[in-house]
Design a protein around this ligand. Structure first.
Ligand SMILES: [Fe+2]
Ligand SMILES: [Fe+2]
Length: 369
């Protein structure tokens, strides 16, 4: 089995089905290795963050946030509702499930950013950090709200207030927040822009109007990533010594999670004229190029062992979902075996040689993809 050819029985096992608002809310609340999580951190440490080494770049970025060029973007126009009315009945039940899974997990990860940035804002007095978090929470709240409107078209709106209260939170030290959040913002940009460019070339494959919003939307994500890049560049020890191993770990963890998740949406990618594997490698390529602004190492996405391990992780995820569905002692043993194999595969991935990079003088990158 190549990961691009997951059939719907496998997809169904991995993502489940959403038939009611209750199912949609339950899916958003669930935290697994593969679903977006909510985070909390050491606010006192963030409060002590000194941005003076990057003052000029920081102030320029704050002006961009202040300018708020997307303040009027997240409004549905008249054509939106009409397109939803025309296009949604044409989706096959399988494609509909993959698209709902995409909307729910995208909303959860947008809202995860919104909560984290808001909590930091409330718990720090450092004016630089507080101001940044106010802007980023503003953006993420618009993003989450906009996706939720599309879920409401299916009568599957997520109760964000209750999600905030009921979903579990994972504690990350600030430096892990920088690595993970930087990556998730930049990968978010790369994902949205790749889809936008594809549908710009093939408008007939745009099966939902929300994709028309992705271009200006992903510029917000790009800028959020820039903020974390500057925080890390202001503290070079975060990018040196043993921290290079943490960076390698986070890049691989974020890439592997995305790869497995995206292979549960073969029909959605197909409907857009994409292939899950090729789409993901394009997203890896863009993200790796951007992250040269801050990461001193780059994982080798073309290394045959890297590629083999990514494929293997999808196979293990399918086997694991089957084991868990089977249940009982035998299912339990199989699940344990899958976990061991996933750990072994990830370890193998970790030892694929990386490329060394020298950080550029200019810390900022422009969203030109
Ligand atoms: Fe966002
Ligand atoms: Fe963001």
């Amino acid at each position: 089995m190549t990961p691009s050819s997951l059939d719907f029985d496998h997809v169904d096992l991995l993502i489940g089905t959403v038939e009611s608002a209750e199912d949609a809310n339950a899916k958003a609340v669930k935290s697994t290795v593969l679903t977006p999580r909510f985070y909390t951190t050491d606010f006192a440490a963030l409060d002590r963050l000194d941005l003076s080494p990057v003052r000029a770049e920081w102030d320029a970025m704050m002006q961009e946030y202040e300018g708020d060029n997307n303040h009027d973007h997240f409004q549905r126009d008249g054509a939106f509702a009409e397109e939803v009315r025309q296009l949604m009945p044409q989706l096959s039940p399988e494609l509909r499930q993959e698209f709902l899974d995409f909307l729910i997990s995208s909303l959860t990860s947008e809202f995860s950013g919104c909560i984290l940035y808001n909590e930091i804002r409330k718990n720090v007095s450092n004016p630089d950090v507080k101001q940044l978090m106010t802007y980023m929470a503003r953006d993420e709240s618009r993003h989450a709200g906009f996706i939720n409107q599309s879920l409401k078209d299916f009568n599957l709106g997520i109760d964000l207030g209750s999600l905030k209260k009921t979903k579990s939170y994972t504690f990350f030290k600030p430096k892990y927040i920088y690595y993970a959040t930087y990556l998730s913002e930049k990968i978010g940009y790369a994902r949205y822009i790749t889809i936008f460019r594809q549908l710009e070339r093939h408008p007939d494959k745009r099966f939902h109007p929300i994709f028309r919003w992705f271009e200006r939307w992903c510029n917000d994500e790009f800028r959020h990533g820039e903020s974390f890049a500057l925080m890390m560049r202001a503290h070079p020890h975060l990018l040196q010594g043993h921290n290079r191993l943490w960076i390698r770990f986070f890049v691989l963890a974020v890439y592997a999670t995305m790869f497995v998740r995206d292979h549960t949406r073969p029909l959605m990618h197909q409907a857009m004229g994409l292939d899950s594997t090729n789409y993901d490698y394009e997203v890896f390529r863009i993200t790796s190029e951007i992250s040269r602004q801050v990461f001193p190492i780059e994982v080798d996405i073309d290394h045959p062992v890297f590629r083999a391990c990514m494929t293997r992780l999808v196979e293990i995820a399918v086997a694991d979902a089957q084991a868990q569905q089977q249940g009982g002692l035998w299912g339990h043993l199989k699940h344990g075996w899958c976990v061991l194999q996933a750990v072994a595969t990830f370890t193998r991935l970790f030892f694929v040689p990386v490329k060394q990079r020298t950080l550029p003088q200019d810390m900022r990158v422009q969203p030109t993809w």
